[in-house]
Design a protein around this ligand. Sequence first.
Ligand SMILES: Cc1ncc(COP(=O)(O)O)c(C=O)c1O
Length: 382
Amino acid sequence: MSMLYLDNAATTPARPEVLEAMMPYLTRWYGNPSSHHTVGEAAADALADARARVARVLGLRNGDVVFTSGGTEANNLAVKGIALAAAQRRSDRHVHVVTTPIEHESVLESVDYLERVHGYAATRVPVDEHARVSTDAVAAALRDDTALVSIGYANNEVGTVQDAAALAAVAREARVPLHLDAVQAAGWLPLSADELGYDAISLAGHKLGAPKGTGVLGVRSRIPLEPLLHGGGQERGRRSGTEDVAGAVGFATALELAEAERVEASARVSAIRDRFIAQVCERVPWARLTGDPEHRLAGTASFTFEGTSGEAVLLELERRGVVSSSGSACAAGSDEPSHVLVAMGIAPAVAQTAVRFTFPRWLNAPLDAVADAVEASVTAVR
Ligand SMILES: Cc1ncc(COP(=O)(O)O)c(C=O)c1O
């Protein structure tokens, strides 16, 4: 039985072009970019080239690109790094941060840490039943001591897309930096800093066909940033540690490919997604689409199936050759209902019935057979 992997928001396979681009920097050009000899200089050149390629896609300067170990580190560096640096410039040494309750754990836990260990203040602006945050509500949450607004561009569990440009405009008006967690948005939505107006952006390679453990924080150089990793001063002092040259090359390659394919892939996959959502809702009377019907990622279809258990439906689906997830990979396996669904006002018992299908960018055929499998799986569980 062939298996269809529909959990691409959790992670994606590495693309052959990415592995091919990386290979020379794991074997022949293995130098340390800080070394002053030809072996090191070849690595430094490759790193600089990867940085320039990422900067070009984002519309940032080369010096604004910080390579990290992934989305979690990029989010930690943005949230803690910007808040800690801002607090040092205030006489009371305290700041306020604004976020939402539906962020990835790497943002939520970083904000918790700032409150718990540093005594900073935080506002989590509520979202509506579609997981959208109101720009006005964010504007109203801003204070004199607000150091950062950190918001997910697209949600990992329900695929809701926020109006990043409007949020950036509100933040800019108040002279507060906006950090976008674009880990799920990359490859589906525009990332241009000019178009969106963000000050910092997090990206993760493994959602884009690069290996796990690669990522980027794009952060405008004028934003003071306190490093989290201290040491040899790599990445302009913002992230010490010998650089993962091959990882940077792989990340840049994956990001460029995803950006080149983005417009066509989004149109193609969202048409397949819409047909799939319609079929599931038609055939399964208990199915409810979660997330915004309109402002949603092309590659995400997420539902609750009241009267079932999400985990049981997943097992039935896998028996039928479809691999999906109950929400985020982190929440999977825990008995806690998803914090995202609960923040959207979905009852905890219903939140336990969530199933998320996230599609690959290359998807090019209708998912009618998957809709059949969903109907059969839900019926079997109920
Ligand atoms: C929205 C979002 N932010 C951050 C992350 C964390 O990225 P990483 O897995 O690279 O640490 C993820 C991935 O699960 C995510 O979906």
